[in-house]
Write a protein that binds this ligand. Structure first.
Ligand code: C5P
Length: 248
């Protein structure tokens, strides 16, 4: 995984907060705009990202009837998001309608499986009769059958998904917490290095970066943690110092 696979969740309320974060996160390339920031700032924020040459991940998690979702996808395509989220639980017809609406554009439709803030118990309360993991596997299958092959899941589901679907799926994982970070409302979490080792393609990270005292440093530490270390170049052992003339 390359270090530009960190997606920073720009969950802020004001243009000034967004501007300050962009100023200190100059090496971050993809920024996720979700409901909070979009409802506050809308296209003003996406314009700011474009001016800063950043890529947009628009996380509006569409879930509605197929016709409405297709129209919503078309409405935001002019913003040229690299990723745009829908809920896979919206069903096969809705997934297909979203994929069709984005066909021919550069936008990748990302299917949200089960929110990383939900546990098995939380899911059971909604009436689901199967575990989080089985729900995620089932929803990914539904996505693949309906032309969506990039999904959002927790890092805990990466291994079973890779076992079942191999490299067919692009896996984007929130629920990332460096070892010393607060988990907040996230329940199915892993550290960045664990998620990368498990096979994540992209990591979505918000508060551990944006609420850090020094967001730039927090970002760089995560970059370092997930960057594979190069094996040390082999240096032949010298039997004598290069300028050692004792043998002459
Ligand atoms: O601050 P934190 O790192 O928890 O932010 C995670 C981001 O990923 C939030 O913007 C949240 O909306 C989003 N997200 C998530 N779980 C999903 C899908 C998106 O946490 N399944």
């Amino acid at each position: 995984m390359k270090s530009d696979c960190i997606i920073t969740a720009l969950d802020v309320d004001t243009h000034e907060q967004a501007r300050r974060l962009l100023a200190v996160l100059e090496t971050a390339r993809i920024f996720k705009v979700g409901l909070q920031a979009w409802l506050r700032m809308g296209p003003v924020l996406t314009d700011l990202l474009r001016q800063n040459r950043k890529e947009l991940f628009l996380d509006l998690k569409f879930k509605d009837i197929p016709n409405t979702v297709a129209a919503a996808v078309q409405a935001v395509l002019p913003l040229t998001p690299r990723f745009l989220t829908i809920h896979l639980s919206g069903g096969g017809n809705m997934i297909r309608a979203a994929a069709q609406a984005a066909a021919g554009s550069t936008t990748v439709i990302l299917g949200v499986t089960v929110l990383t803030s939900l546990s098995n118990e939380d899911l059971a309360q909604t009436g689901a009769g199967i575990t989080v993991q089985d729900t995620v596997l089932r929803l990914c299958e539904l996505g693949l059958e309906n032309n969506v092959s990039a999904v959002v899941c927790s890092p805990r589901e990466i291994a079973p998904l890779r076992r079942r679907f191999g490299r067919d799926l692009t896996l984007v994982t929130p629920g990332i917490r460096p070892a010393d970070a607060d988990s907040g409302d996230q329940k199915r979490i892993m550290t960045p290095e664990e998620a990368v080792a498990a096979g994540a393609d992209y990591l979505v990270i918000g508060r551990p970066i944006t609420r850090a005292q020094d967001p730039g440093l927090a970002f760089r530490r995560i970059q370092v943690a997930i960057t594979p270390r190069r094996p040390h170049a082999f240096k032949p052992k010298q039997t004598s110092e290069p300028n050692d003339k004792s043998g002459q």
